[in-house]
Design a protein around this ligand. Structure first.
Ligand SMILES: Cc1cc2nc3c(=O)[nH]c(=O)nc-3n(C[C@H](O)[C@H](O)[C@H](O)COP(=O)(O)OP(=O)(O)OC[C@H]3O[C@@H](n4cnc5c(N)ncnc54)[C@H](O)[C@@H]3O)c2cc1C
Length: 476
């Protein structure tokens, strides 16, 4: 029997709007199906890891969770080895990090999952170079998509993209058999669709009014002996009136990014004095101590692009043929859950599996794609939104989680701090290797609920303050 790969029919031309994580990943899978692939981006695209205006989020921490790391390594074989070789850190977070959960410190234990810490610029530059080296994809920098092109003889179908070359270049129309919008959070797809009289997806928003302030530091060559942790994660604790948490992620070139994360409109300060003072006012002083050990090498960057927003393309009765959207242009998450780059890679895989099963010209291709995409991202969406809805004052288009669901979520966080079995089974869900339904396997759910109830009772009847410093270094 011949495989789908061998029998596929090559389509002519695909145009991808946006050379971010999803656009580059999508272009890689399109190589299997299209004779020509063009990726356009409004930015100048540097050869190496360098900041660019189109991805302002790159100035903030970017963790690549296990599933995303595996998917990117599958799409670009050798990606992970190169990331580590260039200074990225692969860590088992609850073992290698100092983690303060709402109920207390994580006992250092292995989860069996590796999460990668590097600058977003490095991660993206490796993917971009590997795609370029493949030689099948044309990347057009400084080229901004301005709308969808519809051929006058075929008004019901997208036939390409109108684009403008920045810096006084020409206006272009790129004809295409499929246009993929991967232009991220700032995607103009809804207005482009509306201007053609096409159906526009409705949006669901969950916003806990969260914001980031980040500063980069040069780490010292040696750390004091008691500082065993390679990263830091301090959760907020609204019950104790702590609405700001913070993290320290190590990145390449012996640097750290320290980020304050505020919730419920407690936006962290973006001035130097306020940033440093707030580090000292968190539930543990260790982030302020780390900031004192390091040397600041950047200004303080702020972002409030933290809302969860899902465009329901999957609900369109008649999606416009010839056009699909993926990743952030469909669904953005509160970034503190670290899902975005993984969803970018998963979106590309969904495009690949849809192209394997449905011919592009078939009526319904776009509907099948959007349905598949929704199924692939809905766990990540549910995890992020159900957690964010619980912050006071959160705006939500979705029903709030039940008291039981909230108790279950709290019990997971509580038990995973000291129960190795719960940690080992829950971590693959957080890092997107397993579906959320596996949290409800009876034996695990019973262990979580019992542990949660016992922990809650202990906290109520024998309250003990959270120690300011993490537990000692793990044995191995
Ligand atoms: C503060 C913050 C922190 C984050 N932290 C994490 C994290 O820890 N882990 C994680 O996995 N994810 C994180 N994310 C999410 C992650 O950055 C995105 O989910 C991921 O980059 C999605 O990729 P994308 O390709 O859809 O969009 P992007 O990476 O944003 O790329 C969009 C691209 O489209 C281009 N573009 C836009 N409009 C046009 C146009 N009209 N024409 C041509 N080009 C255009 C832009 O220049 C850009 O290159 C974070 C996000 C934010 C905001």
């Amino acid at each position: 029997m011949t495989s789908l790969y061998e029998t596929r029919v090559m389509q002519k031309h695909a145009v991808v709007i946006g050379a971010g994580m999803s656009g580059l990943s999508a272009a890689r899978v399109l190589e299997r199906f299209f004779e020509k692939i063009t990726v356009l981006d409004r930015d100048d695209l540097p050869a190496g890891p360098a900041a660019r205006a189109g991805v302002p989020q790159a100035r903030h921490v970017h963790a690549l969770v296990t599933r995303g790391a595996q998917e990117l390594d599958g799409l670009f074989p050798g990606f992970l080895a190169e990331l580590v070789e260039k200074g990225g850190h692969g860590l088992d977070v609850p073992h290698d990090g100092a983690i303060l959960r709402p109920s207390g410190w994580q006992q250092p234990m292995r989860s069996g999952c590796t999460v990668y810490f590097a600058t977003r610029d490095l991660t993206e530059s490796i993917v971009r170079r590997r795609l370029r080296e493949g030689g099948r994809v044309e990347i057009l920098p400084r080229t901004e998509a301005a709308g969808l092109y519809v051929h006058p003889d075929a008004p019901g179908r997208v036939a390409g993209v109108h684009a403008v070359q920045r810096g006084g270049g020409a206006n272009l129309t790129l004809a295409a058999d499929l246009v993929i919008d991967a232009s991220g959070r700032s995607s103009k797809a809804p207005s482009w669709l509306a201007s053609l009289g096409a159906e526009v997806p409705r949006e669901e928003v969950v916003d806990c009014h969260s914001g980031y302030s980040s500063r980069w530091y040069e780490a010292p060559e040696a750390l004091p002996p008691d500082v065993w942790w390679k990263m830091v994660w301090l959760d907020p604790s609204p019950a104790e009136d702590h609405f700001i948490g913070g993290v320290l992620f190590p990145v390449e070139e012996r640097r750290w990014i320290i980020t304050l994360i505020g919730y419920a409109k407690h936006y962290p300060p973006s001035d130097e004095e306020g940033f440093f003072r707030t580090l000292g006012a968190l539930r543990s002083p260790i982030l302020q101590r780390m900031a004192e050990l390091g040397r600041p090498i950047s200004p303080i960057y702020s972002s409030r692009a933290n809302q969860n927003r899902l465009r329901r393309f999957d609900k369109l009765a008649n999606p416009l043929p010839g056009f699909v959207a993926l990743s952030d242009s469909v669904c953005t998450f509160n970034p503190m859950y670290g899902q975005g780059m993984t969803v970018a890679a998963l979106s590309a895989r969904v495009l690949e599996s849809t192209l394997e099963r449905v011919s592009l010209g078939d009526p319904g291709f776009e509907r099948v794609f959007f349905g598949n995409l929704h199924r692939a991202i809905k766990d990540a969406w549910n995890l992020a939104t159900s957690a964010d809805m619980r912050f006071p004052g959160a705006k939500s288009d979705l029903p709030r989680p039940s008291k039981f669901a909230s108790f279950f979520g709290d019990s997971i966080l509580r038990t995973m701090t000291h129960d190795a079995e719960v940690l080992r089974r829950v971590s693959p869900v957080y890092y997107m290797l397993k579906p959320t339904r596996s949290l409800f396997e009876p034996e695990l759910a019973a262990r979580v609920l019992l542990g949660g109830a016992a922990g809650l009772a202990a906290a109520r009847f024998h309250p003990r303050p959270v120690p300011p410093n993490p537990p000692p270094r793990p044995e191995s």
